[in-house]
Design a binder for this molecule. Structure first.
Ligand SMILES: Nc1ncnc2c1ncn2[C@@H]1O[C@H](COP(=O)(O)OP(=O)(O)OP(=O)(O)O)[C@@H](O)[C@H]1O
Length: 823
């Protein structure tokens, strides 16, 4: 475990700002404190760090004291990160990039790495570099402008990485510095009231250092990642005077820095209080995850602006630095071993054991064997537990798969229905003119094929489809530029993190854990299982969401079904119209018969006028039925005017009547009908007849009018149903799109399931391999113990043989001695 190294750097004060009117920052050794102008310290505002650099300090000194170690460690296979944090215009970019005369940390690190490589004769190195920026929460490649909005991925082998980021293999420092210069051109800078050249993005310059022993091909390959980060500065919108684009950038900068602050806060809590760390809440913290409480040597330089106007911001920065100081990382060399190297390392372990055995430290060895046995038992138990957990997961996975299959079936049914309904919709529209309608089919779940989609549902869907890959943040972020929120951030405010997801901590692990790392590897397995569980939970959440959508869709479909039945009713009504028209025609025919019989009676009294009347009436009849026919054609969509036809019939009748009256007058020599009509008997009959005829015509006219109204109504109904069909068609399209989205969701869930299954399998395989290795080792130890016991036994028997020989010898000696004087 290793603490993060934290330093504070105070930039030189600016002459044009309000300086040292009442208070100022004082730097003594590694302490910084706030003082009044008379030199009295202000209590409670004093901080101690690993290093504190005053305004006269050069970049060279900062590099030597703060980052040199990290760079050296990176060359030895340890991950390393150095980043600058502080308010806008406090000197972060100055520290990281420096100037022509005083190069910054990045340039110095690059130069030193290549100098060291040149001096290292027994290893060969491969260096890859990349340069990215996080601008408005998008990751852009600074080496390749076309690589925009890159995504972060995570894998067991590579840990967290940015997919699609260009990596250049480099051979010397000049090449790297030239690449950096090219990258700088693509970086987002902007002018604010606080800084004429303010970084509007966080930049991460990354070096991947791979090295291998030159002379021994079986040596492990060391791979380390070095991140040199220049963060954008936190800013108070009122001070920077940001608006428009700058304001948007400021919000993103403050938000991501606040998440970084939250992560640091959580990490500084330590122990059990810590809970989960919200690395996933911003791209910055996700990328810096190994540097924050992970496998990396980390140094942080917090920059401070000394002016009195910036005291609040400076305090915030120093509080951030204090919390960062409490973070500990778990640093280890990252090695990749090939099979030969692995075998060699194992052999060495066995040899060591053998040496220990031969050294006759039997008690120690026995204890070691016992310890190993206990370890083995613990592993076995752990394995069993894991196997049970895996079994459980498999079961729930199966259930989920079953659910997904059901969902797919439902979607399939739905899509069938949609296509059937779609064609029905078209057919209905085509046939709607003749008043017929298609009945809508239902699926096994009584899901109607048409549905109107409520706006809320559409809104939810669109929200879901735009879902971000990290967990949601508190709503207050939308107003993040507010002074209040800014103040909270700078006073160490922690957002509510309990609602956020656990971030799986994937460590970069060496490909073969040795004995010392057994506990760690078990820990890793546990962590992997936890990760898998988490993924499973996510998948089941997704499945629940799908279910919920499906239920929603079913209810919407039901609503749609009821609308369709309403439409069917309307269509039935439309169908009745021709029937009613037929009835009207029959009535007209009856009227016509009445008229005709009246005329026939009349013809009985006068032949010539009657014949004329009869033929005219027939004409009227013909035209009447022609009118009715045209009436039908109106009902079927032909809009010929009934009114015109009616007027024609009426005119004809009038003309006939007047011609009849005229002919009567001519026969009787009477004056024209207009003056004599009332007094004449025949005229009186005619008048009666005319009156009756008028009444009949009125009745017909009323009938026409009624029919016309009905027609208007049915035309309106037709238009409405056409509109409804159009809207239904639109709904169909929408439904289809929804179905496609659902399908996509289901397939992505299946993919995730597959991934989780594979990971489960791999974890189990790894575990089995580890157990097998342990067993082999134990077997070997057993053999050694047996050999040792045998050797001890033989030693004991040898010793007893010796002893008996000595005893014999001793027993024989006095005889020979007593005999000698006599000889
Ligand atoms: N230690 C220093 N010595 C001399 N000049 C400095 C020092 N630190 C910063 N400056 C100057 O102060 C100005 C602002 O610095 P810099 O651009 O590095 O700030 P920053 O923190 O990166 O701001 P931002 O977050 O807005 O990008 C620059 O003109 C820079 O040259």
């Amino acid at each position: 475990m290793e603490k993060v190294c934290v330093a504070v750097r105070v930039r030189p004060a600016r002459s044009n700002e309000e300086n040292f009117n009442g208070t100022f920052w004082k730097v003594e050794d590694n302490r910084i404190s706030l003082h009044k102008s008379l030199g009295t310290p202000i209590s409670g505002v004093s901080y101690t760090f690993d290093h504190v650099f005053d305004q006269d300090c050069s970049n060279a000194r900062v590099y030597d004291l703060l980052t040199k170690d990290v760079i050296h460690a990176a060359l030895e296979g340890f991950n390393g990160t150095a980043f600058a944090y502080g308010q806008t215009s406090s000197g972060k970019t100055f520290t990281m990039n420096g100037t022509q005369n005083d190069p910054g940390i990045i340039q110095r690190a690059v130069n030193e790495i290549f100098q060291k490589i040149e001096m290292t004769t027994n290893r060969e190195f491969l260096i890859r570099v990349s340069y990215m920026e996080i601008y408005n929460e998008d990751i852009n490649d600074l080496f390749a402008v076309e690589n925009q909005k890159l995504q972060i991925h995570e894998s067991l082998d590579r840990g967290v990485f940015v997919a699609g980021l260009r990596e250049e293999i480099v051979n010397d420092a000049e090449q790297v510095l030239e690449l950096i210069q090219r990258g700088e051109v693509n970086r987002h800078f902007g002018e604010t009231n606080m800084n004429v050249r303010s970084s509007r993005s966080h930049t991460i310059f990354r070096m991947v250092i791979e090295s291998k022993g030159k002379h021994n091909p079986d040596d492990a390959v060391r791979v380390s990642v070095l991140n040199l980060v220049d963060l954008a500065g936190s800013e108070r919108i009122a001070k920077t005077g940001a608006g428009g684009v700058r304001l948007k950038e400021g919000k993103h900068i403050n938000k991501s820095l606040m998440i970084l602050g939250n992560v640091i806060n959580k990490l500084s809590e330590g122990g059990k209080q810590r809970g989960h760390i919200p690395y996933r809440d911003s791209k910055l913290t996700r990328i810096l995850q190994p540097a924050l409480g992970g496998n990396a040597k980390t140094s942080i330089i917090c920059t401070v602006a000394p002016e009195e106007v910036h005291i609040e911001e400076s305090k915030g920065t120093l509080q951030f630095a204090s919390r960062a100081k409490r973070i500990t990382n778990c640093v280890q060399v990252n090695e990749i071993l090939n099979d030969a190297a692995l075998l060699k390392r194992q052999k060495r372990e066995i040899e060591e054991l053998r040496m220990k055995l031969q050294g006759s430290h039997s008690e120690v060895l026995e204890q070691e064997i016992l310890k190993l046995r206990n370890d083995l038992l613990t592993y076995e138990l752990e394995k069993e537990k894991l196997a049970m957990e895996l079994e459980e997961e498999r079961r729930s996975q199966k259930e989920r798969e079953q659910c997904i299959i059901e969902q797919q079936k439902k979607i399939h049914n739905l899509s069938n229905l949609a296509s059937v309904s779609d064609s029905n919709g078209h057919a209905s529209q085509d046939e709607s003119g003749s008043g017929s309608s298609n009945s809508c089919q239902e699926d096994a779940f009584s899901t109607p094929c048409l549905k109107p989609v409520p706006n809320a549902f559409v809104a939810k869907r669109s929200q879901r489809s735009q879902q971000e890959e990290y967990s949601p943040m508190p709503d207050a972020f939308s107003n993040f530029a507010d002074e209040d929120t800014w103040m909270k951030m700078n006073k160490g405010f922690i957002a509510d993190l309990d609602s956020l997801h656990m971030t799986p901590a994937v460590k970069v692990r060496s490909s073969l854990p040795d004995d010392e790392n057994d506990d760690l590897s078990i820990e890793n397995y546990k962590q992997e299982v936890q990760n898998l569980r988490r993924q499973l939970e996510l998948v089941s959440e997704e499945r629940d969401e799908l279910r919920r959508q499906h239920t929603e869709q079913v209810s919407v479909n039901k609503q749609l079904m009821s609308e369709v039945s309403e439409l069917q009713q309307e269509a039935l009504l439309i169908r009745e119209i021709p029937q009613r028209l037929c009835e009207s025609v029959t009535t007209c025919k009856d009227i016509y018969k009445d008229v005709f019989s009246v005329i026939q009676n009349f013809v009985g009294t006068d032949k010539s006028g009657g014949a004329k009347l009869l033929s005219t009436t027939r004409e009227i009849g013909t035209s009447l039925f022609a009118t009715l026919e045209s009436h039908f054609s109106v009902a079927t969509g032909n809009n010929s005017s009934i009114e015109t036809q009616h007027i024609k019939v009426y005119d004809k009748l009038n003309r006939t009547i007047s011609s009849l009256v005229l002919s009567e007058d001519e026969i009787s020599g009477n004056p024209p009908l207009s003056s004599q009509y009332k007094d004449c008997t025949l005229g009186g009959e005619i008048a009666c007849w005319k009156k009756k005829l008028d009444e009949d015509i009125k009745t017909i006219q009323e009938k026409y009018q009624n029919l016309e109204k009905e027609l208007d109504l049915s035309n309106q109904l037709l238009a409405a149903s056409r509109d409804r069909y159009n809207s239904l068609e639109r709904e169909f399209h929408f439904l289809k799109e929804e179905r496609d989205v659902l399908k996509q969701n289901v397939s992505s869930s299946s993919e995730k399931l597959e991934l989780v299954t594979n990971q489960n399998k791999k974890a189990l395989e790894d575990l089995n391999a580890e157990v097998k290795r342990r067993k082999d080792l134990e077997e070997e130890i057993k053999q050694f113990s047996a050999a040792f016991a045998f050797r001890q036994r033989s030693l004991i028997s040898l010793r007893s043989d010796f002893e008996s020989v000595i005893d014999n010898f001793k027993a024989q000696k006095p005889i020979s001695v007593s005999r000698s004087p006599g000889l």
